[in-house]
Design a binder for this molecule. Structure first.
Ligand code: SF4
Length: 387
């Protein structure tokens, strides 16, 4: 597949993983897999390197495994990534892929080149249940969690497509879990995929170059610190509970005070660590000088940086983007209070790939079950792919 194709549309039948899909197994899980079959644990490292570094999906090509083992793996296992069904490339170089994760569901992933960085934004769930009012994904409803193979499979696919090009601007240097879904509500699968991103025998990313973004699932922030402390970003979007309850309904369960306490715990002990707070700029809603002052006071004792995100409209969102001079004034208040603040450049707007615009193709569970009962499951991604 040529990642440079504009608005290319691919239709192919969704693949089912045959046997155990080794793509999503961390090194520990792979060691267990081989031990259970009477093989030495070092096989795990060999296979990890073939799968993730060489991006080889056929066991027959893994030449440092014995013939018998290769044959056994061919029979019992597979390396099955999800499938790319459409590619859209923006005039600014941003690329968005529609990735099929089941016959009736697709998620989106986005590559944002910004030399020398290249950031890949990946999804963790099909849809999202958290209902943030300014988010296009929320309008799709929630269908299911992605498996670890479907999460790491996005990176696997993107690297296969981008890094076969000789252009340096297509190297992935950073990964953000900021696509569709709330990653901390799919904790185990996300952590297993994160482990593969960080493992030197797999993708080998530095911990600081992988960022997980959460709306604020407080107990899981602590659990993430224990299991896999990658960089943390928090979708804050409001400086007080009254407004945040409205914009990010999860706040009713985990109010700002508890959330910030978890953030402080997350970075405790490492003076270089900071939490990134994302703040979408909604005209007349959360963008006044008073809001900026409240936010600065709130973050005064949290090692933090703030990303101001100009709102990216989508149909019937009901919100407008704050004007540039308002965003600048908001930023200046934070800077004057010593809070490191940047305004995020809007990228990929012409292909609906900007922050908050990812929608994928999500069959709400109820609709899917009704369709199944009626024996007429919609063709994969039909509505979206034809648009
Ligand atoms: S902003 Fe994130 S957590 Fe909120 S609904 Fe959208 S995808 Fe879910």
């Amino acid at each position: 597949m040529n990642a440079h194709d504009e608005h290319a549309v691919y239709e192919s039948p969704a693949r089912e993983a045959a046997g155990t899909n080794l793509l999503g197994l961390s090194r520990t899980a792979l060691e267990r897999y081989f031990e259970a079959r009477g093989e030495r644990p070092f096989r795990a490292v060999q296979v990890l390197k073939w799968i993730h570094q060489q991006r080889i999906a056929r066991f027959a090509a893994m030449t440092n495994l014995s013939k018998d083992l290769r044959a056994r793996l061919e029979a019992e296992a597979s390396v099955t990534p999800p499938e790319i069904v459409a590619v859209h490339e923006s005039v600014d170089g941003t690329i968005k892929w529609l990735v099929r994760v089941a016959p009736d569901n697709c998620v989106e992933m986005v590559f944002i080149p910004d030399t020398p960085r290249g950031t890949l934004c990946i999804s963790s769930q099909v849809g999202c249940a958290l209902n943030c009012t300014f988010c296009a994904t929320a309008r799709q409803g929630f269908n299911r969690n992605l498996g670890s193979a479907e999460i790491i499979g996005q990176l696997w696919l993107a690297r296969s497509m981008l890094e076969s090009s000789s252009e340096r601007s297509r190297t992935i240097t950073n990964i953000v879990l900021m696509g569709m879904g709330e990653p901390l509500l799919n904790f185990d699968n996300v952590v297993e995929a994160l482990e593969l991103m960080l493992d030197d025998n797999a993708h080998g990313f530095a911990r600081r170059r992988v960022t997980l973004s959460t709306a604020g699932v407080v107990p899981k922030i602590d659990a993430l610190r224990q299991r896999c402390p990658v960089s943390l970003a928090v979708s804050l979007h409001a400086p007080n509970d009254r407004l945040r309850d409205e914009l990010v309904p999860l706040n009713k369960h985990y109010p700002i005070r508890d959330l910030l306490a978890a953030c402080r715990r997350y970075v405790a002990g490492d003076p270089r660590e900071k939490v990134t707070f994302e703040y979408v700029m909604l005209s007349g809603v959360n963008d006044s000088r008073q809001h900026a002052l409240e936010l600065a006071a709130l973050l005064a004792d949290v090692p933090s940086k703030v990303n101001l995100i100009p709102f990216n409209p989508f149909p019937s969102s009901g919100y407008r983007r704050s004007p540039e001079h308002v965003i600048d004034a908001f930023r200046d208040v934070l800077l004057s209070r010593g809070i490191m603040t940047i305004t995020r450049k809007t990228r990929g707007e012409d292909i609906d790939a900007a922050c908050g615009q990812l929608a994928g193709v999500v069959q709400p569970r109820s609709q899917r079950m009704r369709a199944r009962r009626a024996g007429r499951l919609a063709p994969a991604g039909a509505e979206r792919l034809q648009s």
